[in-house]
Design a protein around this ligand. Sequence first.
Ligand code: F6P
Length: 366
Amino acid sequence: MPKSRRKTLAVLTSGGDCAGLNAVIRAVVARAIEGYGWRVIGIKDGTQGLMLRPVDYVELNVNVCGGDMLRQGGTFLGTTNKGDPFAYPMPDGTKKDRSGEIIDAVREMGIDAVIAIGGDGSLRIIRKLAQQGNIPLVAVPKTIDNDVHLTQYAVGFNTAVDVCVDALDRLQPTAASHHRIMILEVMGRDAGHIALHAGVAGGADVILIPEIPYTLEGVKAKLDNVKVSGRNHGLMVVAEGVKTETGGPVTVAHSDQQVRYGGIGHYLSDRLAKLVGAETRYTVLGHVQRGGIPSMRDRVLASAFGVHAVDLVAFERYDRMVAWQGRGVTDVPLAEVAGVTRSVSLDDPLVRTAHGLGIYVGEVRT
Ligand code: F6P
């Protein structure tokens, strides 16, 4: 163990929440305080807490962050996926660069290193801040979409998939009772990892993901085959980021002027009801996938990530992200991660598995 003076370590969560964030914070606190005797503070609401004066933070210790944190969804530090500090939306409608305020706060608080738990987008912004302000940074990947480059798993993904599989387990009996085709729309803006895993584990007949083009005729052919085989119902999983057959995104405008994905399940339900001549229903799982009690896998991942992140700080190996590769935790250069989306590749073994099971996964031949 490296001998060092007592450091002040700041931890924050950024971007959309997910299950397992509290478990990461707990592991960071345990390792930093019990292992190294450092001080740990938690910044509230991602980088937002560092823009406030006084800075919004809490002192963390092993009592505040005990074993109960393993079981709690969300993030008790709060988070945000709005308000890029380099172009911060001001009340008068203008955009202001507030990065300097964050960097000043880190200096004034005597923070020696920051552990940021975030997804692709928020880690990119935090890395830019760290570079501009010379802030020692270690990143921990989280996102239910599981699209962070160079890590097989990000915190939150496994729990989200469990939620989707549970939904399919509940949809299947009602589909069978009513002779229906049930369409489950799951999250996944740019990547279809959730849909692919949930569809395979939940016995879907059709899985549509943003990475693989599909045709309604292809979907119909599969559903017709299901009928011919004697089964009276079908299950489909579709990622929210899947486009219409002609390539248009299906989005919903929100009151905050932001446009988010949503509605592809409805679109497919309407089209397929006519095309297949079957009764269809769709369910949009939405943020249910982000909440709830973290799964065993996410608790293990979060714990390994938190401990490893603190060890990287101890060895002053900064500008790195902890990652899961093969059978365990490792770390990778943050520079290689930022700005790259880990999509489902056409030669993904699970795409082959789905295809081998007879699932229609779009116009792909493996
Ligand atoms: O990136 C994770 C994610 O859950 C996406 O799958 C989804 O489109 C988005 O966040 C929703 O974000 P918000 O919390 O802004 O609704």
